[in-house]
Write a protein that binds this ligand. Sequence first.
Ligand code: COA
Ligand code: MG
Length: 276
Amino acid sequence: MPRLRSLLFVPGDRPDRMVKALTLGADALIVDLEDSVALTNKAAARTAVAEFLGHARTTTLFVRINPLDSGLADDDLAAVLPAHPDGIVLPKAEGRASLAALDAKLRGDMMILPIATETPAAIFSLGSYGGVTPRLAGLTWGAEDLPAAIGASASREADGSYTAPYQLARSLTLFGAHAAGVPALETVYPDFRDIDGLAAYAARGRRDGFTGMMAIHPTQVSVINAAFTPSAEEVAKAQAIVDLFAANPGAGALSLDGRMVDAPHLKAAQALLARA
Ligand code: COA
Ligand code: MG
């Protein structure tokens, strides 16, 4: 699986922006055929995206298709699959059934990244993504569509933090991803002029166990990459833990700088080194 710290959305009906997006340092692009493309532009966007996928592949390219039950998804796939995207982002995913349904339509080693919290039913399927297909590249979530689906007037408090229902959706995505053994990826930070807010948000995601995040604007990419890249200090600390256990074969709990380290610390250190 490729490294997925930052995944930058680009509307599929903006060929200029898709080409530009290749140069912005994002680990992956998500060229979009869904919400950022008006219904009247879907056909033109399919053509533009297929053409864009023909460019020399300098970064991982996902295509977000329309939902499986939209009546648009099969035409989206027919247009883009011949151009071999690296992966498909599935909006309004509802657990293993929708993952298996998309899996059956794909060939080769194409990845699938579900957006897993956009309908009420989706919330009850977040623990079901494991063991379905090796295509599963991660799990991500969204806080924009669900409020509309349930008649909520907002998903955020006045200070920008999520209301309780969306904190739950975020937490279940985090645990659902890890239960399935794939990366948990944070949702977009829509206020793209608020770089400090983004940095703080991404840092909280990293702290909580997300290993990457989606972006909507070029200015967000480097901030997100930095937030999800282990620092030299963190790498050194993780290496010290791994070295300590290697030097003490058979030991379960050891002490490092006056603190206990045992199996979960070793596991976390190994995971961090794998990402560094
Ligand atoms: N990918 C590539 N380039 C982008 C970009 C993106 N997602 N968003 C902005 N840019 C470029 C613009 O083309 C512009 O380039 P230029 O200086 O060469 O002209 C530059 O960045 C500055 O853009 P700006 O004027 O700040 O943004 P905007 O007001 O034109 O657009 C958005 C704002 C939100 C509409 C735009 O960022 C966007 O389309 N984001 C993605 C939306 C999306 O895909 N949503 C679906 C998932 S939530
Ligand atoms: Mg949406």
